[in-house]
Design a protein around this ligand. Sequence first.
Ligand code: ADP
Length: 951
Amino acid sequence: MLAFGAVAAVMVAMASVAFRGTFMSNESNRWARHTVLVLGNLKTLILDLSETESAYRGYIISGDSTYLQSFRAKVLKVTLDEAALHDATVDNPDQENALTVLATRIAEHTRLDETIINLRQAAGLEAAAKVIRDDANPRTMAEIEDAAAKVRTEELRLLAIRDADASRRSEQANGILVIGATLGVLIIAIAGWRVNRDSQRRQFAEDALRDSEIQSRMLVHEVQDYAICMLSPEGRIVTWNEGAERITGYGAAEIVGHDFSCFYGPEDQQRGLPGDILRTSIADGRYEGQGPRVRKDGSRFIANVTVTTLHDPDGIPRGFSEITRDLTETEGSAAKYRGLLEAAPDAMVVVNEGGDIVLLNVQAERQFGYRRDELLGQQVKNIIPEGFAERLISDGTRSTADALAQQIGTGIELSGRRKTGGDFPIEIMLSPLHSAEGILVTAAIRDISVRKAAEGHLAQMEGRYRGLLEAAPDAIIVVNQAGDIVLLNVQAEMRFGYPRDELIGQPVKNIIPEGFAERLIADGNRSAAEALAQQIGTGIELNGRRKNGDEFPIEMMLSPLDGADGILVTAAIRDISVRKAAERHLAQMEARYRGLLEAAPDAMVVVNRLGEIVLLNVQAEKQFGYSRDELLGQPVTNIVPEGFAERLIADGLRSAADALTQKIGMGIELHGRRKNGSEFPIEIMLSPLESTDGILVTSAIRDITMRKLTDVRLLQKMEELNRSNQELEQFAYIASHDLQEPLRMVAGFTQLLSRRYKGRLDADADEFIAYAVDGASRMQRLIQDLLTYSRVGTTKGILRETSSEQALGQALANLNSSIKAADAFVTHDPLPSVLGDETQLIQLFQNLIGNAIKYQKPGVPRVHISAAKCELGRWMFSVRDNGIGIEQRYFEKIFGVFQRLHKREEFSGTGIGLAICKKIVERHGGHIQVESCPGHGSTFRFALADSATIS
Ligand code: ADP
């Protein structure tokens, strides 16, 4: 019982000591806070005083009354500061005195200021300045600072004394505790021993704690860069330094005693982060991490926080120290990245492993429509609702770093959300950033709305222009600036021998190995667009490569195409193998044929089996108005649109060569077409030309415009001639007809004269009258013949079926007396029925047979008339005699009007007979000619149409 009583007594003693210890500790804390308060008030006072001073100076120098107002306001504020300081030190007479000195000095100083202000108002700047120069103003200021220093020193001294005092009292209390404990040991040895040991340990711990607390308070308080505070085990704020005030905006007075969770955003509070942090700190002894925190004004900042658990000697947590650094202003991260970040063209957002935004640039603010402080510390999910955070945050099986590694370098397409709520397509490039705060992720975010829209547009365009593309005769490929094929048409597939899928997305180098890509891709000095601009519109000759590796010459025309991904290049590609082959061929043939070709008077064009021009001469260029290059490789139909190619190109049954041989050597009349579209008549002579490339056709093309013109002129001339001939005939007819009448009178009367007066006048008269009679009758015959001749032309007798035999019979009847007189022997073969004018045929036979009897040598005149079938539907008549014959040189002449080979004395006649014959035969569409040998007779031949050809 005694032991229990003793123990109880000891317990009471210990409790009283513990209470006293706690009281002392609280007391000590109170004094520390008091000192902080006094020092803070003092600092404010000095600060306000210096502002009073600058307002005062501002007024003196400028005379601006706003300075004066400011001065008076500050003087009032200083008075309030003095009052606050006074309240805080009211229990300390020493400090009271020091403060009174300070207040007096300040009052003196203010008074002096007022005096000079009045002077400035009354006498101006100069007067005021003079007083200031001579005055003791600096002295009073120094005195004020001196007085203030005294107050500060005294306060710090008091704090030290109070701490020492508290410590001494604590020692006394602990002494009693030790005695109590010793007593306990005497009563219950083991219990006493234990109690004694524990209390000793506690004492040391408390001592150490107290010492370090004082030191810390002194040090910690002045720290500006870190917010340092102590937390109670429940998380209430116990101490508060200047740094904490600066960073969070809370003054010590308003925050001490509050729960530290007020620095966390509602979302963090909801998920119990503050509690977690404290628990972690208790479990691990320490928590370190970073995350968003909220300032007094509601704005956010990223903080690096270290929370350390403070234990009492028994290992029981007695509170926490929290050191917070504002990362957003940390030199380390800010200086390093800020410039880089702001310069970036994209929105840049740096995110920590928790998915919180820890840094961003102005583009990000703009793109998402938030202010920087609204985004800092926010979850990245707020602006990129899906896909991004998931990629970052580990799923338990893999680390963020792993998740990240998979995404780095790949543009991820996601949706961004603006503050206004609108979503827009973005592309994100991620890169990791190892920092003191762990792995951060820098995300470069690009708004790709425009690109997306353009892609949509392209798809539309594609639909619209696809048809156009496919209809183009050339192979067309569209290439981007990187040299990749993005579009092509079916001709391109065919030309290069690839299916479309194999070409899309491939580098253009695969099909155009050299020259094309180089032209597109910038060489560092100039942009692709510039490189392109130099090439646009010029035909570039390069080589294409087919899938099977074959190369073939191509000609390309480039044109730019504004695409969503920058400038694209459309290349129209033409296979120029034929042209190249032609050029090669030309080079080969050049030496051999060039001279020949060029010397030719005609346009010479050499064409291959496909009808393509492979060679030509300068006359061809001239004639068709093209330059050589424009014609080589072109189809010949361009210059000879119709007839020529058809003649050459096989019709499926016969080869070009066959077709050709049929035409070779024949002049074909066709039309050529010049470059300007005009056409002109040509005559073509073809000849084959064996070459290494098979049979070529050389065509000599002659412009027959002139000939055609001459033909037309000739025709016109002929018509003119015919007309004048007809007129002449008409004239001859009329003349001869009208002459007959007076001539008949002359002849009649001269004959009458002859009959009546012959022998009655003298011999001369008889002779003269005889001449007159002869002349008149000759003239009558001449006129008669002439009339007959002209009648042949003017009588429009219709040709009808006529029996030539009957006509002959009539002619012989008319000649009966002559035949008898000459004792001639006239025979004939059976004669056909012909197409003719009977009267004229009678005349024809009569004249020819008459001549045959007349132009005879001594002997029996023999005349034979025959007819033989000659060409289609015609009869060749011949009248053969055995007369004197005709010299060959007169064969033509004898058919002319009044042309005779003999004198009147030898053979009578007018020289018109054969002319009439010629005219009659020609009117029947025939031709008369003579064959003869002088002394051996003559044969006159003429052809008449068979009557069967009547149609
Ligand atoms: P003409 O008999 O009136 O002199 P033609 O015109 O009939 O006139 O004959 C022209 C000329 O042709 C004749 O002068 C004659 O010299 C020659 N001639 C015509 N027929 C014969 C013939 N059968 N044999 C020889 N000469 C002929």
